[in-house]
Design a protein around this ligand. Structure first.
Ligand SMILES: [Zn+2]
Length: 215
């Protein structure tokens, strides 16, 4: 795993968590495929997420379960639909299992987080991701959560302006090229029904890691 693999990280924590799947063509692939892979991702989040001493298959399994919940919630927010009740419940329960308090740091704008329970590291780790998701979806940026539908992207991001359609200019360029190519294929008859159906369903039904996934 290289730094370039995670070159888009650094957004809000909940968005970074959701963006651990990546679209290739119109299908999503899983980027966390081993505990070592999760450990490499966590190194990029060090400083805002306490890394448990044991990054093992159990932690990976818990992380992937939360990631799927976060992904469904952020996709719902990006699509302007109600948040899935089961995922809302799950995230709330996780956050409540190991709550933290924010304390003042010595610099303006700086804070220290302190757990208020004796929950184990893995539970606190899950709770911190849940709390970050709640912070995002209850804060002023909730309406700015968006999904970039450009070919080969499909990432969640925060809109910097109301009419922003792509997460970065490169995606806009690729999307325009794709539209241009599709116009040409329609006139020449190259676009198959399967291609069109695949694209239409990409927002709702994806495959990654060899297993079906429905947000
Ligand atoms: Zn994009």
């Amino acid at each position: 795993m290289t730094v370039a693999r995670w070159s888009w990280l650094g957004d809000r924590l909940a968005i970074d968590v959701a963006n651990t799947v990546r679209r290739r063509g119109w299908r999503y692939i899983e980027l966390i495929t081993s505990p070592a892979g999760l450990g490499a991702w966590l190194e990029h989040e060090r400083g805002r997420l306490a890394i448990p001493a044991q990054v093992d298959p159990v932690l990976m399994s818990r992380f992937l379960a939360i990631r799927d919940q976060v992904l469904r919630l952020l996709r719902a927010a990006a699509g302007g639909t109600a948040l899935p009740a089961a995922d809302v419940h799950a995230i709330n329960e996780l956050a409540a299992a190991a709550p933290t308090v924010r304390l003042l740091g010595t610099e303006p704008g700086q804070h220290i987080t302190r757990p208020v329970t004796r929950a184990d590291q893995a539970t606190r780790f899950c709770a911190d991701i849940a709390a970050a998701t709640i912070d995002l979806l209850t804060g002023p940026d909730a309406a700015a959560v968006a999904l970039c539908d450009a070919p080969g992207c499909g990432q969640l991001y925060l809109r910097g302006r109301p009419n922003q359609q792509w997460c970065n200019p490169h995606c806009g360029t690729r999307a325009r090229s794709q539209r241009h190519a599709e116009r040409n294929t329609r006139t020449t008859g190259w676009l198959t029904t399967k291609d069109a159906d695949c694209r239409k369903s990409a927002y709702r039904s994806c495959l990654y890691g060899g297993r079906a996934w429905k947000p």
